[in-house]
Design a protein around this ligand. Structure first.
Ligand SMILES: O=C(O)CCC(=O)C(=O)O
Ligand SMILES: [Fe+2]
Length: 288
């Protein structure tokens, strides 16, 4: 893989953001954009434990997809305060993925603002993500291929990104939003995954208060270098091709995949995992 460093700026105007990053669909890390938000001072793991400690939270680990699991079904549940104690105590694979802040803890809304990047943000969907040291969120892209603003808090996180135009090299699983789950994107085994050598992407680290802009439909893999959490705000895809894919994913792909899981069971999952390799290799003329 060839990974370029994601551009970094201290702060940015709406005009410059639109011209230099949104129009050309390039990722960027804005380092000091939210220093006037209450969240910049307040949001850390202890505060989250204080304000949401009694809530039961859905947790995910890195187990491979099982046909019995529904789409995005959690693997465990815990009280938020217990989960944060665990994060602070030891490395854990358990992550919180796609937790709707607005619905769960409305008070948190007082701590952030809706930033004006010149895009219409979806107000109903501010999502939170938490992870422990060394945990990671597998390579995926979001079902709606949205533009994503990802605000990071408390810890440090590494992100690896790819444009959709790299799909031929990423061992994408058919009828899903993920790549082969046994690829370690932080240190890929090129003997096993030779196509990855041709992939061109981006890499960067996020620290407390940084904002990452991910263009429409971008693949993202995120590794929590230390325990921490992030909030994602999103704006609908503008490119008609991406919007079309989003509609297809939400209204067709997801339901077709669930139906096939119910009908064919694990054989459906295994078959798709196998196809991810055969398709990728045959496109590139690699023997297998
Ligand atoms: O931070 C994470 O663990 C994943 C974030 C993510 O997938 C997103 O913001 O869409
Ligand atoms: Fe995502």
């Amino acid at each position: 893989m060839e990974l370029k460093q994601i551009d970094r700026v201290e702060t940015i105007t709406k005009q410059d953001f639109l011209k230099n990053f949104f129009k050309p669909q390039k990722p960027v890390i804005i380092e000091r954009f939210i220093e006037d938000w209450p969240a910049f001072q307040k949001w850390n793991l202890d505060y989250m434990s204080e304000i949401a400690g009694e809530k039961e939270v859905p947790l995910y680990d890195n187990r491979p997809v099982d046909y019995k699991d529904g789409f995005n079904e959690p693997h465990a549940k815990m009280k938020m305060s217990e989960y944060i104690d665990l994060l602070k105590r030891e490395p854990t694979k358990f992550r919180i993925f796609l937790w709707n802040v607005l619905k769960e803890v409305p008070e948190l809304q007082n701590d952030y603002r809706w930033p004006d990047f010149g895009l219409k943000l979806m107000k109903g969907l501010p999502m939170l993500f938490f992870g422990g040291e060394n945990s990671y969120t597998f390579m995926h892209y979001d079902i709606d291929l949205a533009n994503i603003f990802h605000f990071h808090f408390h810890g440090k996180k590494q992100v690896i990104l790819f444009d959709q135009d790299q799909n031929d090299y990423l061992y994408k699983i058919p009828h899903s939003l993920i790549t082969r789950e046994d690829i370690d994107f932080a240190d890929p085994d090129y003997e096993k995954w030779p196509a990855l050598k041709k992939a061109n992407g981006f890499v960067g680290n996020l620290e407390h208060g940084n904002v990452l802009y991910m263009p429409e439909g971008y693949w993202h893999y995120m590794r929590y270098l230390t325990p921490g959490f992030s909030m994602s705000l999103r704006a609908i895809a503008r490119n008609p091709k991406n919007l079309g894919k989003a509609v297809y994913n939400v209204f067709v792909m997801r339901h077709y995949d669930n139906l096939m899981r119910r009908m064919k069971g694990q054989a459906w999952i295994d078959g798709k995992n196998e196809k991810a390799i055969t398709r990728t290799h045959s496109k590139l003329g690699i023997e297998h």
